[in-house]
Design a protein around this ligand. Structure first.
Ligand code: ZN
Length: 171
């Protein structure tokens, strides 16, 4: 199954656009649904795995970068490897601390392309399983899918949304 050129071109443009959004900027729900998203990627996945796949895709996940963005106490965004932001993509794709396990991930996922990995049921499930096996997500193992609101939220809750941003909503 190949994407037609037009769709692939659009996806590339969309990916490039998303990459220009600063990580601290809250993305709109449409932006959170990344390119290539198909609901069928969740077919056959457990509820826990489905939740984790969503967390990986949205980067709303219990890794240092997101937790620090949410101002979780005693959390800084750095990865233990020294890189400045510990995100799901960093761990899955770039982190030197897991370099020796990455081939295993690519093999299970059936692709070395990160966006393709998250756009297929096989790839997304492999990514979720692999990430769980790193032991970096203790919150996830407890079934906690929600994360604390930023502690400063009280000062901004009653102000109107800034232009170009969308408030987080409970799902
Ligand atoms: Zn790292």
């Amino acid at each position: 199954m190949n994407l037609c050129h037009a769709e692939k071109g659009w996806n590339d443009l969309w990916s490039a656009y998303l990459a220009t959004i600063p990580p601290r900027r809250v993305k709109t729900p449409a932006q959170l649904v990344t390119n290539g998203y198909r609901p069928k990627i969740h077919v056959g996945a457990s509820k826990a795995t489905t939740s984790l796949i969503t967390q990986i895709r949205t980067e709303k996940i219990g890794l240092n970068a997101f937790l620090a963005d949410r101002r979780v106490p005693n959390k800084t965004p750095e990865c233990s490897c020294g890189r400045p932001r510990q995100t799901a993509k960093h761990i899955l794709y770039y982190c030197s601390e897991y370099a020796d396990r990455r081939e295993e991930l690519f093999k299970a996922a059936g692709t070395k392309d990160y966006s393709k990995m998250l756009a297929t049921a096989r790839g997304a499930k492999a990514a979720a399983k692999w990430l769980q096996q790193t032991g970096l997500l203790p919150q996830f193992s407890l079934g906690l899918n929600e994360f604390p609101e930023p502690q400063t939220v009280a000062t901004t809750r009653n102000s109107p949304p800034q232009a170009g941003t969308v408030r987080n909503r409970a799902e």
